[in-house]
Design a protein around this ligand. Structure first.
Ligand SMILES: *Cc1c(COP(=O)(O)O)cnc(C)c1O
Length: 355
């Protein structure tokens, strides 16, 4: 084999959920928001059009960062933005997880974490969730090179109480603790207030789920100015213009409309709570979810077979071919009408199974 072929940095990549495109589909497989982005976003996108894209975007993302800082009551020096929280998280792994010690995260969690570890050659040690699929805070007291977990966790939807996060921070004064709050707006408590007490905390959020802007790719981190400066230094050593003009404009308009965020997330929470009752009645079990999805299992149903049957009728959900979760499906909370279409199918499917 040629040397250049031998020297390729070979990696096993993250596999995102399918993006099928059928006019009649019910798409509940990638935790997108069924509602439109805030009304101001449409106006902002119209204004940011052709004349502006002749120019480079603002590399400091000042307007967006300032709007985020205002909305979350922090200083702009505490805000870092990137191309989706995937970009922000990748930057965090590269910037901070440099010790020879393993970083810690749950065995059942966001599948991108081990991929970044392999890509950046970061050692890691997964900590098993308990039988109720909850994070065990005591597992995060061993020596480590950093800690990361989503809260609520994905794909379980389970929330770790703020007292447990404070405990993990308290036990790890020498480690950076990253809380990935991709789903926090759907009723969980944010770790942001803990920033006043702990300088080793970074909180990461995204505009993709609660703000209906998955296609614009906007994510951010909030933490101590020293940490944010380090992130900017790495970012500017790699690509100064990560976020494009339209994402900057759309994100700014979105974050300025807090009332709209509350209105749409409330709608999804109401639908989710109703869905919990229907799933329970149908015999499904699931961890209590504070996110915009439910992670369901059924004692009489093969999850992969159900996944395939749903796909046949263009109802898309997510099945993970991974240890401990093969019997589960992760189902995004869509509109009430979409969920009713799913439940109609499930009643029929379970009825046929029982004969
Ligand atoms: C969706 C998700 C992200 C990434 O979202 P972006 O679209 O890249 O902002 C990060 N972490 C978790 C746990 C997620 O579910």
């Amino acid at each position: 084999m040629k040397r250049y072929m031998q020297n390729i940095h070979r990696v096993v990549s993250y596999v995102p959920g399918d993006q099928p495109n059928f006019p009649d589909m019910v798409k509940l497989n990638t935790n997108e928001n069924p509602y439109s982005p805030a009304p101001g976003v449409q106006e902002a996108l119209r204004q940011s059009e052709v004349e502006q894209i002749r120019l480079y975007p603002d590399p400091t993302a000042h307007e967006l960062n300032a709007a985020i800082a205002k909305a979350y009551h922090v200083d702009e020096s505490q805000v870092f933005t990137g191309v989706g929280s995937d970009d922000v998280l990748a930057m965090i792994f590269q910037t901070f997880f440099r010790a020879d010690l393993p970083i810690l995260f749950p065995d059942i969690t966001y599948a991108f974490y081990p991929v970044w570890c392999d890509l950046f050659r970061i050692p890691y040690a997964v900590q098993p969730l308990n039988d109720q699929l909850e994070i065990v805070p005591e597992d995060y007291t061993r020596e480590n090179g950093g800690i990361i977990f989503p809260n609520p966790n994905a794909p379980t939807g389970a929330e770790l109480p703020q007292s447990a996060i404070a405990y993990i921070l308290e036990q790890n004064p020498e480690s950076l603790v990253v809380v990935d709050e991709a789903y926090v707006d759907f009723g969980a408590q944010s770790a942001l207030p803990l920033l006043e007490r702990y300088e080793n905390l970074l909180v990461v959020q995204t505009f993709s789920k609660s703000r209906s802007l998955a296609g614009e790719r906007i994510g951010f981190a909030i933490g101590a100015p020293e940490l944010i400066r380090a992130l900017h230094d790495v970012k500017f050593s790699f690509n100064s213009y990560t976020m494009n003009c339209s994402a900057l404009a759309a994100g700014t308009a979105s974050v300025r409309d807090w009332a709209y965020l509350e209105k749409t997330t409330e709608k999804i929470i109401t639908t989710r709570e109703r869905c919990k009752q229907v799933f329970s009645k149908l015999g499904f079990r699931f961890p209590d979810s504070k996110s915009n999805f439910l992670f369901v299992t059924h004692p009489e149903v093969d999850a992969h077979a159900l996944f395939e049957a749903l796909r046949e009728v263009h109802i898309f959900v997510r099945w993970f071919n991974a240890p401990r979760v093969r019997d589960y499906l992760r189902i995004t909370i869509g509109t009430d009408a979409q969920m009713d279409q799913l439940f109609d199918f499930l009643r029929d499917y379970l009825g046929k199974k029982r004969g």
